[in-house]
Design a protein around this ligand. Sequence first.
Ligand SMILES: [Zn+2]
Length: 271
Amino acid sequence: MKKYLLILLAFCLVLFSACGGEKTNNVKTEISTVQKNTEVAVSKDLVTKVPIIMYHYVRDVDEKKDGLGWRLSINPRDFEKQMKYLKDNGYTTLHLSDLIAGKVPKKSIVLSFDDGLEDFYTTALPILQKYGFTASDAVITGMVGAHEHMTKEQIKACIEVGIEITSHTKSHLDMSKISGAELLAQVVDARDFLKNNFDIEPMAFVYPSGKYNDAAIKILQQNGYKIALTTHEGEADLSKDNMLTLPRLRIDNREGFIGFKNVLEKISAEK
Ligand SMILES: [Zn+2]
C-alpha cells in the first residue's frame, strides 16, 4: 500500500512540475512577444526627416560693436534654454554619420557647429554634457590652434567624450570658385590632417559658407564622403534630398530661443 502511495505521490510531483514548467514557458513566450512588439514599434517610429541645426559661436557679443559676430553667435544662456527644450521634449541628438542609413528615430536632431571654434569646447560642450547631448563640429584643419579656434588637444578631448568631428576643408575657401588641384587639396589635405592627428576618417563634410558646385560634390564622392551640409534653409529629408547637399536650420542671436522653439514646433506639427 505504502508503495502505491509513494508511486501516486511521485506521479503528482511529476504532474505538478510539468504544469509549472508549462507556466514558465508561457511566461517566456509572453516576454519574447513583448520584445518583438517593442522592436516592431521602434522600427515603425523611424522617419526620414531630421532637423540639422547650424550653429557657429556660442558666446556673448555686443551687437553694436560687432554686428556680424553677433549674427554668427548664440549667447550661452539662450543656447542652454534650447538644450533644455530638447531634453524636456524628448529629443535625441545624432551624429551626421547616423544619417547615412537614411532613416532615424522620431524626434531626432543633429546639432552641427561650424569652424571648430574654441567656445564650442569651453562653452557649448559643458552645456551639451549637462543635458546628455552630442553634437557634430566641422573643423577647418588649417585653423586648428589659431585665434578663437580649438587646439589639437581640445579637439582630442571632444572626440574622447563622443563629439563627432567632421571636415570643413583646410582653409575655408569658397569651393564654387576654386577647381582642379586647389579644390582637391582642400578636401584631401583636411582629410589627411584629421586622419594623422586624431585617427578619424570623417564621412561628413560641411561646405564653407555653404558654397559648392558639381565639381565639389564629385570630389567629395571620390574621397569617401557620404554626407555634406549646405546653408540651404530647411529640414533634411533623407529620402528625397541629395545626401551631399543637405539643408540646415540656422540658429543664431537673430532667431534666439523663440525662433528655435517655433521652428521645431512647426516641424513636429507637420508630421
Ligand atoms: Zn565655416
